[in-house]
Every structure is written in C-alpha cells, then in structure tokens.
Design a protein around this ligand. Structure first.
Ligand SMILES: Nc1nc2c(c(=O)[nH]1)N[C@H]1C(S)=C(S)[C@@H](COP(=O)(O)O)O[C@H]1N2
Ligand SMILES: [Mo]
Length: 389
C-alpha cells in the first residue's frame, strides 16, 4: 500500500484503535446463530471503505462480508483479495512451474505433473498483515481448505546444492518499479529461508475449497504457507529459485517491513523486520441475546491457540469456550462465553488469545504495538462497546 505513516494515522491507524476495533462488529453473523437468538449491535460500527478504488492492493470491494458468512469455511466468492500488480490470466497449457537456481536437476512441472503427486489438504486462515491497519480494512481475512502437493519433495527432488540457503518464489504478475533511478519491470516475489521452505505443511496449491483456484486467487498455482501472513502465500507461482544469499526484493525488504521503536536499557533501537509468521489474534464478533441470557462470540487465529479470555468492563479475564476449529492447527477457532448477570446499560467487551507457548495477544498500549510506526501486524486487543437494554 502506498500510504504514508501520516495518512495511516489520519485514516485511523494504531492511534485510532477505537475505530479499528469497530471493524470486528461485522464478524457478527459469521458465527452460527441459535434459534431465537438476537444479535445486539455494537455501538462502535465500522466506517465504510473508501468510495473510489485507491492505491490499495487490498481490494476494498472484496472484503469479507462477515454478516453473510454462515460457515466456518469462508465461501470462495466472499474471500478477500490482494494484488499489488496486474492479475494475470494464465492458460494452463501455457504454464509451467520452473524449479531452478542452486539445484542439481533444474526442471519444469506442468499442472498435471503436480496433480499426479500425493494430494494434501490444509485448513488455513489467511490474513493480510494489513488487516486492522486501517479502519475499513477489517475484512482482509478468510478461512479455506487449500489443496495441493507438498513443496518439500519438489525441492528435494531438484537436488539442493550445499550452498543454497534461501528459496525465492516468483509470481507471474509484474509491475513498474524504480530502484535508485532505475526504472524496471519486476515480478512479485517473496522468499523464505531453506529451512522454512522445507516445512512439511507448505503446499503448492491448486484448489481452494474443492475447486480450482480462481484467477484472482492465483490460478493455476499458489504457495500456501500455513502459519504465515498473506504476503508469503505467493499467487500465480511461476518460478522457484534457490539462492546462496538473502533475497531483498520489494516485498521482503522495502514494503511489508515493520518499523518499531524498542528500548535496550536507556538506548532506543529502531528495529526493522520483514513480515513473515502470523501473530496471535482474536476478535469479539458479536453479542447475542436468547431469552434473558447474553452470549459473547468471537474468533481466534494466527498461532496455535491455547485459550481465549474475555473481559467485560473492568472485570477479570474469563475463559471462553472454544468451539469450531478446536482441533485445527492453522485455522481460526470460534469461541463463545456466556455473559452471566449482564446489567442493562453500556459495557465494553475485549478478548485476548493466548498461544500454546504462552504468548498473549498484546493490549493496544503494549510497547510492541505502541512503538510500531507502520500499519502491518496490527494484532492488538480490540475493545468493543455495547448497550444492553
Ligand atoms: N503473486 C502475488 N502473490 C500475492 C500477492 C500479490 O500481489 N501477488 N499479494 C499477497 C498478499 S499481501 C496477500 S494478503 C495474499 C492475499 O491472497 P488472496 O488474494 O488469495 O486472498 O496474497 C499474497 N500473494
Ligand atoms: Mo497482504
């Protein structure tokens, strides 16, 4: 996204957390409703997306329509889309995946070759790292069953040479860039360390929720790296290249870099890190009433979730019950909590997810978030306001 820090703040970045959190209100209808259940609207409602298409790579008209989502799997038609360059329309017959660089046996694969390899599925919640970075950008997330073949055997088969340390994934989409006075045409590309690339979960994916990838989701082939932010999941994949140095393309080293002010004792350190693995996160989706009782519903994702806790007003953190997605490693988990003794009047509701290694979704004033100057990786706790009758 070509937006300055200043614009980000004006448009309601981290500073306007009250706005950002309002985006979660539309999660409401995502969760299965019980008979006779009534949704109590939050007082903080999300702003509309900008009226005209801007320089945003996140297509504001493809944002997940939570209110119409009726299942744990996001339907393909409602799945958000991000594209930084053109959206190539590729004929399967013209396409080949090239595996090259520091390998003994460089080669090419047709889609039929990849489909002939063992099929693997993974349920994985893909979240754009810009999600919640802007008030309207609340729908840059979706959950799908992705199908393809494992990446690791393809790399092994290529015969990795000793000096290879990094794997670069090139998309077929390209755009104009300027690098220190040089005007060039560059393909979208992202890299991973060889070790990360060899992770057994990674897929060369050709199906999304049981049907071939749509053009805008990367037909004919995309990378799926469960546990990583959207940016790592390269669409329209055309080349995999093993190299002996770190790759410093735009989407590794220029964009999708988090700038954060950190303290080392008395010293201030400006830390710049490339966005990769997803972060632990949750939202409060909706509050419902059934008869005289209220219930709070939400979702949690981004890391292996151990538990979700909810705080009402200034009360204690209370543990929510994990429902759908309970046994899934890389997909969001739906959760709920009965709101016993709810008093009429205005209340705040906030949730926090805790991962299996004990990491807690940070509060908005946590130094990790307060010291962050860029909008990516906005995984802070989202406080909602509601009035009960
Ligand atoms: N080739 C290519 N792959 C890409 C991108 C892109 O612009 N080009 N955008 C990335 C980003 S930032 C995100 S969030 C995801 C979004 O995937 P989706 O459009 O299928 O939802 O794709 C990623 N893969
Ligand atoms: Mo993204």
């Amino acid at each position: 996204m070509k937006i300055t820090r200043r614009e980000a703040l004006v448009r309601g970045g981290a500073a306007a957390s009250a706005l950002a959190l309002s985006q979660a209100s539309v999660v409401a209808a995502a969760l299965p409703a019980f008979q006779g259940e009534e949704v109590i609207p939050f007082l903080d409602q999300p702003p509309a997306p900008p009226a005209a298409p801007g320089p945003w790579p996140l297509d504001q008209f493809s944002l997940l329509d939570w209110q119409n989502l009726s299942s744990w799997i996001t339907p393909n038609e409602g799945f958000f889309r991000v594209g930084h360059y053109d959206k190539p329309v590729i004929a399967e017959s013209d396409w080949k995946l090239e595996v090259t660089g520091l390998v003994r046996n460089p080669g090419g694969y047709r889609l039929s070759d990849l489909k002939a390899m063992p099929r693997r599925d993974v349920a994985f919640t893909l979240e754009c790292s810009g999600n919640h970075g802007f008030p309207w950008a609340w729908g840059g997330i979706g959950n799908a069953k992705w199908t393809g073949c494992a990446l690791a055997p393809i790399l092994e088969r290529a015969g990795l040479l000793q000096n290879g340390i990094e794997v670069v994934f090139y998309g077929s989409d390209a755009g104009d860039e300027e690098v220190r006075g040089n005007k060039i045409q560059m393909n979208f590309a992202r890299s991973m360390s060889l070790e990360d690339a060899m992770s057994p979960e990674n897929l060369l994916c050709y199906e999304m929720n049981g049907v071939p990838l749509a053009v805008h989701h990367g037909f004919p082939l995309r990378l799926i790296v469960p546990g990583w932010y959207g940016i790592a999941n390269v669409k329209w994949l055309k080349r995999i290249e093993v190299i002996d140095t770190r790759f410093m393309g735009r989407f590794m080293a220029k964009d999708y870099v988090t700038l954060r002010e950190e303290k080392r004792g008395a010293e201030t350190v400006w830390n710049m890190t490339s966005i990769g693995r997803a972060l632990v996160k949750s939202v409060t989706a909706k509050v419902t009433r059934q008869g005289s009782g209220y219930r709070i519903h939400g979702a949690a994702w981004g890391a292996p979730i151990d538990r979700v806790e909810v705080r009402i007003d200034d009360g204690d953190w209370r543990r929510a019950t994990i429902g759908e997605g309970k046994n899934e490693a890389y997909a969001w988990k739906f959760w709920d909590l009965d709101w016993a003794g709810a008093a009429p009047g205005e209340h705040t509701v906030v949730s926090r997810a805790i991962d299996t290694s004990g990491r807690i979704q940070p509060a908005m004033d946590d130094p990790m978030l307060a010291g962050k100057k860029t909008y990516w990786e906005s995984n802070g706790q989202l406080t909602r306001r509601i009035r009960l009758g």
